[in-house]
Design a protein around this ligand. Sequence first.
Ligand code: M6R
Length: 582
Amino acid sequence: MCGIIGYTGDAEATPILIAGLRALEYRGYDSAGIALAGGGRLRAIKSVGRIDALAEKAAGADAAGTCGIGHTRWATHGCPTEDNCHPHLSYGGRFAVVHNGIIENCDALRKLCESAGVTPRGDTDSELIAHLLELEYDGDPVAALRRVAARLRGSYALGVLCADFPREIYAAKMRSPLIIGLGDGAACLSSDGGAMPECVNRLAVLADGQEARLTPGGAEVYERGRPVAGEFVRCQSSRVAAGLSGYPHYMLKEMCEQPEAIARTVADECKSSRPALPRAGVTLIGCGSSYHAALACAPLVERVTGCRAEVRLASEYICSERVREHGRHCVLLSQSGETADTIAAAEEAERRGCRTLAIVNVHASTLTRVCDSFLCTRAGPEISVATTKGFTTQVGALARLAADSDPAFARELKSLPFAAEEALAAAEKTAEYAGRFARAKCAFFVGRKTDYGAALEGALKLKEITYVPALGIAAGELKHGSISLIEKGTPVVMICTDPALEDKAVLSAASVRSRGAFVLAVTTCARVAEACDGAVMLPRVHPLLSAAVSVIPLQRLAYETALLLGRDIDKPRNLAKSVTVE
Ligand code: M6R
């Protein structure tokens, strides 16, 4: 949700912090700030809005210094104001804190601060941590951090400066990712390995309950007050701000990367290194688009396992009745691997006696450590808040698992990247229809079976980047109520990629057209196209794989509509790339 960056070394910190925040901006973008150490004091520069506003403010401020921390925020406690923006300075100005996560016992901690005579300036849980550090401080910042961390309930990744040690950064972590990076004469901190400064050539993931002290000479990691060896691995700079490569938006760039990303994901690597889909009951779990990918892939999983596949929203799974699930296998889908609900669902599945398999796009993410095994999609970094290649590669990864036990299906799978390429070209036609969707009071996306998962994903894409209300509906459900919303000109996208479902799709199209709807078919079937007002023709693929193809015109339709409406496509309002709070 939010992003953390820290740097201590010989170079000026501000440009490095601002560049790091730009790489993290997709994680939260309602306010941002940096704090710098030096001259016996800490200075914070903060700004509401985007990183550009912060960079402008820093250019006109005293922003010199070689040690600092930065943060880009997605508000949870308190509105996006400068008081609520990180870094937070402690009441005496000795500590500066950036925090990702949520502190559940913040009411009690606020009372604690107030009883010590400290009145917080803003509404955030994070600010309290800065005050508690100053209250606990006895000359050793790591010890103070350990004592404060012990009081916190919930999740946190913390970056801390102390005015008494102007070349050091302190860190602590619980259930929110934090990574230490080392370069020659520099140490860095980030909530996302992809945002590490270019000087970094070694990385270590901080574990829950650990603290760290970073100096230009390296990093010391502590566990229960004792030094432990940090597990550093060599890396190349993976700065995600690789740029737009000429595209106007990351969303368009990432849509266009899908054929290659799917090809990498389904490539025939060593089968023995892959976990197998068990011939037992499987529960597929995810949030948002990952949940839609799970829905779209359930029929595929059922075909392989011969058992009913259950699909659950992670946020519902964690509060469902704890019935016996021993022997079930849970597959947790998450592009980021950091979604709090999905991580909590993995932990809950384990408590219920299930085996857990994570399908993630970020190798070093929390979910890979929480689950029994994991499999990586090969989408590459995804910056656009609205996921595109994240979804299609999840379908690819599950299809790859299915293909391991089905040679005929494995042959079909080879054609998937080519079909995605054709769908990309076909998707350009959606620009013709975008005006109807931009003007709509509500748009409908309908489909059955695999196409139902794609329909939900199409509706979500439209909602999240255009703010046009949209409903994803199982085609058979239309007549049970939602059809009352159809009026003259209501746009309906009819998805049909399975010849066996063609007749039903023709009937559904007729039932909404007769009530005035404008129906756009996204289909492989000529008869369905003829039964609608407009059509985007898709290449044929195995119907159980089709969500990775049919979703592409839906993504493009949302993109074209958002363009017409002048929306902020890569950073839609109120959203954040990974939702690290429950
Ligand atoms: O990183 P995850 O796949 O776990 O994220 C889950 C959802 O938050 C995510 O898919 C969200 O719905 C996207 N913004 C959709 O574009």
